[in-house]
Structures are given as C-alpha cells and as structure tokens.
Design a protein around this ligand. Structure first.
Ligand code: FPP
Length: 242
C-alpha cells in the first residue's frame, strides 16, 4: 500500500524506529532456496531501507542483526550471517564518503572475530561526524546481557567510589547501557507475523508502540515502514497518564 506521508517531511516521523528483521528463513523456504539466500535477500532489504530512511529524514534506526541466542544456530548459518555482516560493513566503509549515514553498533562485540571488531571500530570512527540517519546495528546483542554488563560497570564505579549506590537512578543507570545518548525507540516493528520481543531492547522499549506485520523481512520496504508510521500516528500515547 502506498501512503501519503510526505517523504521530505521528517517532522511527521518518530525520531527512532527499531526493527526485528524476522522471516528470512521462511522467505527462502517459500522459494525453495537455502536459508543463506534468505539472509542475503534480508541484507539487501536492509541496505535499501537504510538508504530510504536517510532520504526521508529519520534520525535513528536500530536493527536486530544478530542476537546473543543466534549462536545456537548451525555453525554454517552463523558463518554465513557473519560473512554477510562483513560484506555489509565493508560496503558501508567503501561508500562512507558518498553518504551521510552514521553507524553505531550495540551488543557485546568482544565475542566477534577480531577482523569484524576492527571493521566496526573503523566504520564507527569513519562515520562519527555524519549528520544523516544514525543506523544502530544490534550485533551479538541481548537485552538481558546488556543490562548485566551495565550492572557490572556500575558496580565497579560504586566500588571505586565514583558513584554512591543510593544515587543510582534510571538516568544514571541508562548511561551504562549500550544505547547511551540514543533516545528510546518510539516505534518497534517486527516482521513475519511473530509477536515477541526476543530479548531486544527490554529496557528501552518501556513506552514504545509495537507494530507487527506478516510481511517477511526480505519483502519489507520503505512503503511498509511508512505504513507502520501512519498506524503509529493514530496511537494515543499516554505515558502512564490519563
Ligand atoms: C531472522 O530470520 C533474521 C536474522 C537471524 C537476522 C537478520 C539478518 C539479516 C537481515 C541479514 C544480515 C544482516 C546484516 C546487517 C548484514 P530467520 O532466519 O529467523 O527467519 P525464519 O524465522 O523465517 O527462519
């Protein structure tokens, strides 16, 4: 469905959209293709969507690319996903001069291959002053893991006497999360008909609106995102008030 949201008017957009990109495997199965082909098509869908999101003036887009639980998949599939990521990040490095997109990564990247870690550092450094879309890729990300890592960091600060335990507030705690400095998502989209959070941004989505679509991730495009935004705009967000 095409919709009438003005592509040049970023005022109509939520500041931050988060997406659980689900359904690559089912997309491939429907086409009698290997799961890898689904992930490849998924990476392509993401590439196109990111370009379009930058064009329409979205400020922050967070995508769930690899969860802490995804390591349980067969080794071959994990390797395929890591290779796709390598390619995706390298592409960004190659095109960094030509676009205005900033890239950040959330999650525990210390468990990734060293070349990938270096690629991430190179890309975040290379794009840190860009003023367009802030693309946040969740990689080896799990919300519970993020919270535990934050608790460890804050505990060390307490031990070192830098913070008093009694002074810990939501605001101080948030500074230890991977998403420090990024506003909470206003809209969370999950594709493929599943309606779960799957350990994604548990802390940050306290007041986020959810939108579920049956579309499989490789088929999801900017018109689908704008349709989700239209629905989002009809929601009455009360933040606990009446
Ligand atoms: C879910 O599909 C998707 C993922 C496991 C990760 C998302 C990965 C991509 C979009 C491609 C690579 C990403 C980047 C950033 C290059 P699924 O395999 O769970 O699908 P299924 O539920 O239909 O089996």
């Amino acid at each position: 469905m095409k919709n009438n949201l003005n592509h040049n008017n970023s005022q109509n957009l939520p500041k931050h959209i988060a997406i659980i990109m689900d359904g690559n495997g089912r997309w491939a199965k429907k086409k009698f293709l290997p799961r890898t082909a689904g992930h490849k098509a998924g990476a392509n869908a993401l590439k196109n969507l990111v370009t379009e999101c930058d064009k329409i003036g979205l400020k922050h887009l967070t995508v769930y690319a690899f969860s802490t639980e995804n390591w349980k998949r067969p080794e071959e599939e994990v390797n395929d996903l890591m290779n796709l990521l390598r390619e995706y990040l390298q592409n960004f490095v190659n095109e960094a001069d030509r676009n205005n997109i900033k890239v950040n990564v959330i999650g525990d990247i210390s468990k990734l291959d060293i070349d990938l870690q270096n690629k991430i550092l190179e890309l975040t450094e290379l794009t840190k002053n860009k003023t367009g879309l802030n693309l946040i890729i969740a990689l080896n990300y799990g919300a519970r893991d993020e919270i535990i890592r934050a608790v460890k960091k804050i505990s060390n600060e307490v031990l070192e006497g830098k913070i008093k335990a009694n002074d810990i507030s939501e605001d101080t705690f948030e500074k230890f999360l991977d998403t420090y400095n990024i506003p909470d998502p206003e809209l969370l989209i999950r594709t493929s008909g599943e309606q779960r959070l799957s350990n994604f941004l548990n802390w940050q989505i306290a007041y986020t609106e959810f939108y579920f679509t049956d579309k499989l991730w490789p088929d999801f495009n900017i018109d689908d995102l704008l349709e989700a935004v239209e629905i989002f705009k009809t929601r009455n967000r009360r933040f606990g008030e009446i």
